[in-house]
Design a protein around this ligand. Sequence first.
Ligand code: 3PG
Ligand code: MG
Length: 433
Amino acid sequence: MNKIPGMNEADLRGKICLVRMDHNVVKKGKIKDSMRIDATIPTLLHIYKKGGLPILMTHVGRPYDKSTGEISISDNDSVIPIVSYLEEKLQLKGIVPELKPVGREGITELSNLTNSIEKLKTGEADFIYLPNTRWFKGEETKDDSSEIFAKMLASYADVYINDAFGSWQAHASTYSIVRYLPSYAGLLMQKEVDNILKVFEPKRPLVAIVAGSKFDTKIGPLSSLVRIADHLILGGVIYNAYLCYKYGISIKGVTVEDIAQAEKFVLDCTEHSKKIVELPYIVENNSIEARTVDSWKIHDVRELEAGTELGYVLDVAEANFELAEIKDMFNTAGSFFVNAVMGYTSLFPEGSKAMYSLIDSCGNAMKLFGGGDTIQDFGEYLPGTFSRAKNNSSYYFFTGGGAILDAIQQGSATGMKPIQALIEKNNKGDQRG
Ligand code: 3PG
Ligand code: MG
């Protein structure tokens, strides 16, 4: 049985529910886009409905330095703006327990949490929000401190709920904790996994579009995706690296390593290589800083001779999305999976805009969008289309990008390690903690 235990099955009455969210939306102390918080509100309401007492937690930013093991604590990465947002939106009272870090080791003890829990029990507070999980010693480590932190967290709660779809990495608060408490998936987590299934069992043909700034982080998921999809379009530096390899050209900013990875990718998927769809018109700009009327020009990559040295290639031209073969392919697609900003959008948003518009015109196809930047750019450059899309059942917007790519790489909608931990615990029939 490979069923994810859902929070509907849990008895929450009077129980302290430790809930891991992915509310990683604070940039320099301000909420950039509340989508990820809003998406978890049903889970919070469900806890109240079932009479549970919530302790919420999330990571914010990357305060842990992997090379030194030091944690830098700054107001920029605080959860306070998230607490204020929830208080305002839901008219509830939240508290953040004061927990002091030990120098650069991070927070090592939770005793102050007892006072806050008393307030939760007496109704003085409606929810507790723990400080940034990455401020705690052990959150991201692979040694004993991870288990120590997970065990300590668990000792204050009765039930663990993971609703942090975007937080796919196996950390103490997403993974190790499962060992110590009855553990369930939140409502958002379940919904996201149901939608990843639409990538694995798509309405065909599936057009997958993936862009990125480094090949090495994408090669794993791309190698899996090219096998699942019917057509694969690449964008960003990944596409540039592919073009360098395929046409023997060089493009400024594309490293030898990226080209080597592109070669590895192509050789690894030779039997699927026909699925890679080239967008021939690329936009070359002479700088990455600025765009002027004559700083850029469009090339047809098929006409470039091997050895050609291009400046920065910062977009795919709109003209690609007017080509009959591309339009046909889009118009006959059963579904799209899009984790892609096509160009360097602060200077050249046109490629992404033209592509999102063409996808939008494909009324019946399922449109699965993932990745913070992709969704943000869609909203910024096509605000009208985006707000209609949010209420249109042919669209689904995932709250995580890396998370879906990880699932794709693992080869299963439930492949992410934190989900596997929930399933394994459930399979053992041990939900007593
Ligand atoms: C994200 O925003 O990508 C997720 O919250 C995960 O954050 P991370 O990439 O720092 O682990
Ligand atoms: Mg990320």
